[in-house]
Design a protein around this ligand. Sequence first.
Ligand code: SAM
Length: 283
Amino acid sequence: MLPDYEKFFISPEWKSIRVNTLKIDKEDLLQKIDFEVKQIEWYEHGLWAKGEISKTLEYYMGYYHIQEAGSMIPPLFLPLEEDKKSVVIDACAAPGSKTTQMAMMMENKGVIIANDVNIKRIRALVHNVQKAGAMNVVITNQDARRFDLNSQADYVLLDAPCTASGKIAKIESIVKKWNYARIKAMARKQKKLVEGAYKVLKKDGIMVYSTCSIEPEENEEVIDFAVKNFNLEPEKFKIKGLKTRNGIKKWNGKEYEGADKCVRVWPQDNQTEGFFICRLRKY
Ligand SMILES: C[S@@+](CC[C@H](N)C(=O)[O-])C[C@H]1O[C@@H](n2cnc3c(N)ncnc32)[C@H](O)[C@@H]1O
């Protein structure tokens, strides 16, 4: 399955941060920090960073968020900069990297319902939302498979729980935890989450499904399930400057519908963690 197998296991030496434009402009931030940075080519608010980035006044002030570069990609699949006053549900939101990125894209307009089932992780979500100065966020603690919300969203981000095998090059324990039964169980949960997310999405609304796993069962197979069971149509999407590849069409004797519209971000292509993203429109 892996293209460029040898390069896949090289762990990137740069970390990454996202400038929090709710609090500061990039140019002003660059004047204040003294660790090494360089521009992330495909995202104007993203910076590669080297040095002490987590113990700085600017970090505690919320001027930037430490966020893995790959994790900055899924929110960019939603047109939030053009449609700032929309209603967005972030179905699996904790610890809030993408919630706070979306608040920034929306310039604190509209509403983001940031939900997570895990109360302990919600503490981190609350902390990050407050630190970022995100004012358009409502936090809920529900199981997204059975959302009980009396509203429908223009956009849903479903950044699903996953086996995180896209982080294998960086985090050795993920190799040790890898087992097929866990992947299959995760895929069953992800399909139920898609159903929950579908129910709270408006007609013509957009859902973005993402994981940091490379397993087809957690990715293309979930999209295949979504397309076959719900009124969801995958849409091709591209980010300028980001090298992406199409989803995997055939795997373990199965053929997946919609795979050619899915996006795979392989670690070796952009020095990020591995990510899978698919944008789906409800019809
Ligand atoms: C990949 S993490 C989300 C990361 C987050 N979007 C971010 O960018 O910071 C997946 C999250 O899904 C949550 N989760 C797992 N099962 C869930 C469920 N049934 N309903 C809602 N959230 C769930 C987990 O607690 C975890 O916080």
